[in-house]
Ligand binder design. Structure first.
Ligand SMILES: NC(=O)c1ccc[n+]([C@@H]2O[C@H](COP(=O)([O-])OP(=O)(O)OC[C@H]3O[C@@H](n4cnc5c(N)ncnc54)[C@H](OP(=O)(O)O)[C@@H]3O)[C@@H](O)[C@H]2O)c1
Length: 339
């Protein structure tokens, strides 16, 4: 089997995915009898296209700018070419626009309308237009996978396949490493929010504009996707009640501590509600994790809590989730082919 793929967005995640694909290409070929052929890489300002397949080694050489490659052409746009290339899978790793979902939303819709499977690490289309995308994928009999959108390499969405004999009834999670780092430092050092934020920015854990993280919007977007996927909801970010961590004072944290509690920025899906807000939890709770880690506690009907914990961000973490999705698609396509 041959799988013709394109990547849109060769940034941190896209490049890490290509590196992992390079490392695992031969194993995929041996184990699944599948040759992954990279036909195109789209960037904001142009694209590399070779219908015979791009050579990964040439593109991942740090000392040579990929725009120097002989297949590079300026001003080509993914949205115009997705339908023209003979693609099987379109992978989107473009930046998140939380208001419009673009450019990923257009790429996803264009691919599905042309019966091309989709993998995305970009969460915005899914917390804005989940129902529309899922219906389109269904109507066109396409696979659509987006594991990297929630907590990167933690199998937050694919856990559903492993709990198929059970029922997930509630989600409690910490889905933003930046906020959790800031709260952890405010708790351990008794410092105000502004100082902890500055420290997080200096260490590269927080963006220059941290509002999406500390305001709770990033966690809420991930919670929407989790709840839709694991609880079968069809909500959007407009349905979420969101409160950030900016108003938490060292005094509030100190008083909580005296009673054996810590303040955490929780993302909760229960009783048809989506909530992201600071909550007090017992010091000994499994949700009391420190630093930039993410945690997802799933309440199940027949087995109590199931807990996933790990790094929620990072190029290779997200890149490996994309590769998992690609291997999932290869396996499913093989099943269909062998029927
Ligand atoms: N980094 C992580 O840890 C992580 C983890 C999980 C999920 N994600 C998600 O994965 C996506 C990519 O993240 P990233 O960290 O790799 O971001 P990034 O480093 O900014 O990479 C995004 C790339 O997409 C390019 N791009 C922008 N608009 C484009 C367009 N219209 N067509 C083609 N390419 C375009 C950008 O080019 P320019 O540089 O010219 O703008 C850039 O090279 C985001 O949605 C992010 O939220 C990231």
């Amino acid at each position: 089997m041959e799988l013709k793929i394109c990547l849109i967005g060769k940034g941190t995640v896209g490049t890490s995915f290509l590196e992992l694909l390079k490392r695992k290409k031969e194993i995929i070929k041996e184990r699944y009898n599948c040759e992954c052929k990279l036909l195109a890489i789209f960037e904001r300002d142009g694209a590399l296209i070779n219908e015979d397949g791009l050579i990964l080694d040439e593109l991942l050489n740090d000392s040579i700018d990929f725009r120097e490659n002989k297949f590079w052409k300026k001003n080509l746009k993914a949205k115009d070419l997705i339908s023209k290339l003979n693609l099987d899978v379109c992978i989107d790793a473009t930046p998140t626009n939380p208001n419009t979902g673009e450019p990923a939303l257009t790429h996803i819709i264009e691919a599905l309308n042309n019966k091309i499977d989709v993998i995305s690490s970009n969460k915005a289309p899914f917390f804005l237009e989940y129902k529309r995308i899922k219906e389109l994928a269904n109507d066109n009999k396409c696979f659509i996978r987006y594991e990297a959108t929630v907590a990167s390499c933690i199998p937050a969405l694919s856990i559903k396949e492993n709990l198929i004999g059970n029922k997930i009834t509630q989600i409690k999670a910490i889905l933003n490493g930046t906020s959790n780092y800031i709260l952890s430092r405010m708790t351990s050092e008794n410092i105000p929010f502004e100082i902890a934020l500055k420290e997080a920015q200096e260490l590269g854990y927080a963006e220059a504009n941290p509002n999406l993280d500390v305001g709770g919007f990033d966690a809420a977007g991930k919670l929407v996707i989790l709840a839709n996927e694991l609880l079968g909801w069809t909500k959007t970010i407009k349905d979420a009640k969101i409160e950030g961590i900016t108003k938490i004072t060292p005094n509030a944290i100190k008083l909580a501590k005296l009673d054996g509690y810590v303040v955490k920025h929780l993302a909760i899906a229960e009783n048809d509600n989506l909530i992201v807000e600071p909550r007090m939890i017992k010091k000994g709770s499994p949700l009391n994790i420190s630093g930039t880690l993410n945690i997802i506690e799933l309440q199940t009907q027949y087995a109590g809590p199931v807990i996933l914990i790990g790094k929620g961000a990072g190029g290779f973490e997200a890149g490996s989730a994309i590769l998992n999705d690609l291997i999932y698609i290869i396996k499913e396509r093989k099943k269909i082919g062998s029927n």
